[in-house]
Write a protein that binds this ligand. Structure first.
Ligand SMILES: *Cc1c(COP(=O)(O)O)cnc(C)c1O
Length: 392
């Protein structure tokens, strides 16, 4: 009941339809019938933040100096902890003063990147399927997202040679994400070297979303884009504590890489937000600086869940390889079914929520995604229901 006519801006009105709204409605409907629905749709860790990190927040929260405005780019001690962690993990050194900036979750940095570097009409190369923020933040900045299809036959890596030269010439940013959400794919040095060559040829800034570098199995250690020779001249990488330390609700991450790119992002942040709560930065220092046993334990839990679900899906008739990283399974639809039909079928026949692949872009049609973010007993129940649903 407004006394004025309220109209959303074009950038909001032109947002793609919320594909999950239909699933959410359907889920509520099935739940109302008394079905105990198991949600394998959300990519949000079910386990609590490790106790030593929570304790560090409690400590830091009592100190009045942490109650004031933080520094826009983050406390120097946090940036130091980030660069030291990076150096230990990937063997590459960065300057905490100029080559890293704190983020209020890596999504914040990803979403602000186009505001710093994209002018209206510029192209931004985004993966399809992919994290929706890359394309939406591009359109918010007036840019034009150009979808790079990720295909199974290319290991879900974009085919850079398939990008028309006239698009590449007008492209300002290239978003990548490995280990990948939603496909679980990983990238090797050969691919990253090709990316650097492409970036240098067309003058494109590489934005690598590295949210899942710590979630890997069977001895596999994901690469940072920035450990590949030449990467720091062309790119910036977004790191998140969300998945690594079960801290999605805390909103803390960092961007690291080329100092001009870090400075540009910092400039946007100075004018839009006021940085992350310092007590959370102190807790993040504890997370990054202490021994990484909790991370190894987390990976072992997800590995067990992964193997369990892969075996149920195989029994149900699906053919899939266990992913080397991330907590996602990306699975081909049963023959003749669309992604929307598959998710409806699982919900109605098994009381299990899965995400239709086309929710991540048109090229995700033909797939559905399962998140391993429920406890093993629930996953077991979901697996049994899936096997039963497909047997009839
Ligand atoms: C979860 C996720 C993020 C992390 O987001 P935060 O804002 O750091 O919580 C970033 N990119 C992808 C692809 C993700 O799945």
């Amino acid at each position: 009941m407004s006394r004025i006519k309220i109209e959303f801006a074009e950038r909001i009105k032109s947002l793609p339809p919320y594909l999950f709204a239909a699933i959410d409605a359907k889920k509520a409907e099935v739940q109302a019938q008394g079905v105990d629905v198991i949600d394998l749709g959300v990519g949000d860790p079910d386990m609590p933040t490790p106790a030593h990190i929570v304790a560090a927040l409690q400590q830091a929260a009592t100190r009045p100096e942490n109650h004031q405005y933080p520094s826009y780019v983050g406390m120097l001690s946090f940036r130091q902890a980030a660069t030291e962690w990076f150096s230990r993990r990937f063997g590459v050194d960065f300057d905490p003063a100029t080559e890293v900036v704190s983020l209020i979750g890596s999504k914040e940095g990803i979403a602000h990147m186009p505001l710093a570097f994209v002018d209206p009409g510029d192209y931004v190369l985004v993966p399809d399927p992919g994290y929706p923020v890359y394309a939406i933040a591009t359109t918010f900045a007036g840019g034009i997202p150009w979808k790079m299809p990720l295909k199974a036959e290319n290991g879900f890596l974009p085919d850079l040679d398939a990008i028309p030269a006239e698009v590449a010439q007008k492209a300002k940013l290239l978003f990548l994400n490995y280990p990948n959400n939603p496909t679980g794919a990983v990238a090797d040095e050969t691919f990253f070297l090709k990316v650097i060559e492409f970036a240098a040829r067309y003058n494109v800034i590489v934005c690598h979303d590295a949210a899942y570098t710590e979630m890997a199995y069977d001895g596999y250690k994901p690469l940072s884009f920035l450990e590949v020779p030449g990467a720091r001249e062309v790119g910036i990488e977004f790191h998140s504590l969300s998945k690594t330390y079960n801290m999605t609700g805390w909103r803390i991450g960092f961007a690291i890489g080329n100092p001009e790119l870090v400075a540009g992002l910092g400039k946007v942040k100075t004018n839009i937000d006021s940085g992350a709560f310092q007590a959370i930065q102190e807790a993040a220092i504890s997370a990054l600086s202490s021994d990484q046993l909790c991370v190894r334990e987390m990976c072992e839990i997800y590995r067990k869940r992964r193997d369990l679900m892969v075996s149920f899906l195989t029994k149900a008739g699906f053919s899939l390889k266990a992913p080397q990283a991330t907590f996602y399974l990306w699975i081909n639809n049963p023959a003749g079914m669309t992604s929307a039909e598959v998710s409806t079928m699982f919900l109605e026949k098994a009381g299990v929520v899965v995400t239709p692949g086309n929710g991540f872009g048109d090229a995700g049609e033909g797939y559905f995604r399962i998140s391993l973010t429920v406890p093993e007993a629930r996953l077991n129940e979901a697996g049994e229901r899936i096997v039963k649903a497909l047997a009839v």
